[in-house]
Write a protein that binds this ligand. Structure first.
Ligand SMILES: [Zn+2]
Length: 111
């Protein structure tokens, strides 16, 4: 028998599936969600649903996007012959800010 009510146990079990989240952290997050306002809890649930419903891979470059082709592939100033390979997809949002290759700022994320 779990020491928590079934809905709390279910939330903890789902949170434990996230990378880097163990039992204690999952419990802390679950209690945080339980104490949060209905609006904040619904915003979190909605954000999770929205990510799953509206994000896909760009058909041109495989970037995670909500529009296909993605903003990078539809940018008319983009050099279509230049390929930038990143190790972590979440880093691609930094590239529009770069005006030129800056190895000192990017080398930990770029291979
Ligand atoms: Zn793309």
């Amino acid at each position: 028998m779990s020491k928590f009510a079934e809905p709390m146990t279910r939330l903890i079990d789902e949170l434990k599936k996230l990378p880097g989240i163990g039992s204690k952290t999952a419990q802390r997050l679950a209690f945080h969600i339980l104490r949060s306002s209905d609006d904040d809890a619904e915003a979190l649930a909605g954000a999770v649903r929205d990510v799953k419903a509206n994000l896909r891979l760009c058909s041109v470059c495989n970037n995670i996007t909500d529009v296909d082709p993605c903003v990078y592939c539809t940018n008319p100033t983009r050099n279509q012959k230049l390929v930038c390979v990143v190790a972590i997809t979440c880093c691609t949002d930094r590239f529009p800010l770069c005006t030129e290759w800056d190895r000192n700022n990017c080398e930990s994320e770029i291979f």
